[in-house]
Design a protein around this ligand. Structure first.
Ligand code: HEM
Ligand code: HEM
Length: 247
């Protein structure tokens, strides 16, 4: 790779961004970089599936279907819906724990989801440039090997925060069903009085679903838009792990 080209301004900028990106913008020979390791990719798609099931079943728990004929115990419709919600909830929560573990043992990109360089002025500058790019009023900043600055912000403050919130409020309500003394009640029961009473937890948990749905709509839009308009691979990167560069 050619790393000889430099100027005072580009070097000052490169000092604040990861080495891979500095190298990439100086070199014309880099074609692809391995970014997302297999556990991150498997987690991403399993997590996306679990969240889809949680949203559909959660919505039906909050707004049940019209009354079914016959005894509830003979068709057990809400029972199956709740069971599916709880089964995916375990997949979602255990997946999140696994993802935290991988941040410790995986590559540097595996840690991006868990931190935002808020104190770095360059980060905010690039965030502004990214906003302009998404608003169709500025050129594309980057290239970025991992997440772009805006994606990083949304993934941490919207996705990760809300996910942890859903796990705490979800298992607190689950603990009401498994009753006093159960592990769920002992670990998460304190959330209910903290938020008021059971109905408040239901309402906030319900609202959390719409925050996650909003994130997913923006996220899928951005991923597909970047794949078409950016000069690097995006969706296929979450499948193969490789970021390929068109320029
Ligand atoms: C992205 C994640 C999740 C979404 C989108 C979601 C969505 C929902 C929604 C919309 C409701 C209905 C609330 C209402 O209006 O009363 C609900 C209920 C519930 N959720 Fe979740 N949920 C998620 C994660 C979890 C987790 C991790 C658990 C943990 C076990 C959980 C357990 C529950 C329980 C126990 C109920 C109440 C069931 C009932 O009252 O019959 N949820 N969920
Ligand atoms: C419930 C649905 C989804 C959720 C909650 C979700 C969440 C996430 C999260 C948290 C990350 C960061 C991964 C990490 O650093 O570990 C991510 C990355 C990514 N997601 Fe999703 N995702 C969803 C669906 C999708 C779909 C349907 C697509 C494809 C159209 C997609 C494409 C991507 C891509 C390409 C990346 C990597 C972005 C980059 O290269 O910087 N996601 N997603």
């Amino acid at each position: 790779m050619n790393t000889t080209h430099s100027s005072a301004t580009t070097d000052a900028l490169h000092a604040a961004i990861p080495a891979e990106e500095a190298e990439l913008s100086r070199s014309s020979s880099v074609r692809s970089i391995y970014v997302y390791e297999a556990p991150v990719r498997i987690w991403h798609w399993t997590n996306a599936l679990a969240i889809t099931v949680l949203c559909v079943t959660g919505y039906l728990i909050g707004s049940p279907l019209p009354t079914m004929p016959g005894e509830a115990s003979s068709h057990f419709l809400m029972g199956y819906i709740r069971f599916t919600h709880f089964a995916s909830a375990y997949v979602f929560a255990i997946g999140l724990l696994g993802r935290v573990y991988w941040a410790f043992v995986g590559n540097s990109h595996a840690r991006e989801l868990f931190s935002v360089p808020l104190s770095d002025p360059n980060y905010w500058r690039e965030m502004g440039a990214m906003f302009k790019w998404y608003a169709f009023v500025g050129p594309r900043p980057g290239p970025y090997v991992g997440h772009n600055p805006l994606a990083r912000f949304a993934m941490f403050f919207v996705f990760l925060f809300t996910s942890v919130f859903m796990v705490f409020t979800g298992f607190a309500m689950y603990g009401e069903g498994t009753q006093m003394g159960s592990w769920a009640e002992r670990l998460f029961g304190w959330v209910i009085p903290l938020m008021g009473q059971s109905q408040d937890v239901h309402t906030w948990h319900h609202l959390g679903m719409w925050v996650i749905i909003t994130f997913v709509i923006a996220h899928v839009y951005a991923a597909i838009r970047e794949d078409i308009m950016g000069r690097q691979s995006v969706v296929s990167t979450m499948i193969s792990g490789e970021r390929t560069f068109k320029d």
